[in-house]
Design a protein around this ligand. Structure first.
Ligand SMILES: *Cc1c(COP(=O)(O)O)cnc(C)c1O
Length: 227
């Protein structure tokens, strides 16, 4: 585990310096879906500081088991509005907000918890029907609506490109998300930050870093192949 993490951190550093970026501007989200609490603890003790989870019920078990560890939990899966309560209690950042309905449910729960919930907007850049996320054309309007919610703070964008064998093929999608980020930032919507770009996974994170990723979500290269 330690070797895997060290190797990934080295590759992140190399990718960043290779394109003239400061490696400290890129954070690793260790994606621990389907991985048991014991192995997640191992990863934390080996240096993982952000865990990424896809399923609320599964995350709750690990969150409780690892309550003694000081790490950040990020939610990266599809989130249903009726699970907003649990999401707000556990997660420092929710990467996958794609509707005003979900944002409103999160805002309500955050208010109850005396919290301001940080979120990213998931964009379906590739427009695949099977993919979550708002289409690019709807992003400014959605973010403008969400910006009026007092207990939600938009911090940037997230995307999942189609699956490719060659990472280079994902580059246009990463580039398009970065351009969208720039366009949204130019709107200067009050209270909205476009600082974060969550993109890149085991197969393509170096390309994502070259295109501006600030959060890379990596599972397989840390924990091994999922069953
Ligand atoms: C599973 C998952 C990842 C990690 O994928 P790997 O290929 O295992 O690195 C990243 N992002 C999301 C949204 C995921 O569901």
């Amino acid at each position: 585990m330690k070797e895997n993490l060290d190797r990934i951190n080295k590759r992140i550093d190399d990718a960043a310096t290779g394109c003239g970026r400061n490696p400290e501007t890129i954070r690793l989200v260790a994606v621990s879906k389907t991985v048991g609490a014991d192995r997640v603890r191992e990863a934390i003790d080996a240096g993982a500081v952000i865990l990424g989870e896809n399923y609320i019920q599964e995350a709750r078990e690990k969150f409780d088991a690892l309550i003694d560890r000081h790490v950040q939990w990020h939610f990266i899966g599809h989130l249903q509005s009726n699970k907003a309560k649990y999401a707000v209690r556990m997660f420092d950042l929710i990467h996958s907000v794609e509707s005003i309905k979900l944002a409103t449910a999160l805002d309500k729960e955050a208010r109850k918890n005396g919290k301001v919930q940080d979120i990213l907007i998931q964009v379906n850049i590739s427009r695949e029907e099977t993919k979550s996320g708002i289409p690019e054309v709807g992003a400014v309007e959605l973010i403008t609506q969400i910006s009026r919610l007092d207990h939600i703070r938009v911090k940037g964008l997230m995307t999942m490109p189609p699956f490719f064998d060659a990472p280079e093929q994902a580059r246009p999608f990463f580039r398009q998300l970065a351009r969208l980020r720039d366009r949204i930032a130019a709107h200067s919507i009050p209270g909205v930050s476009m600082a974060e770009l969550s993109m890149g996974m085991t197969g393509d994170f170096e390309v994502a870093i070259e295109e501006g990723a600030t959060l890379v979500r990596i599972g397989t290269a840390i924990f091994g192949a999922r069953q």
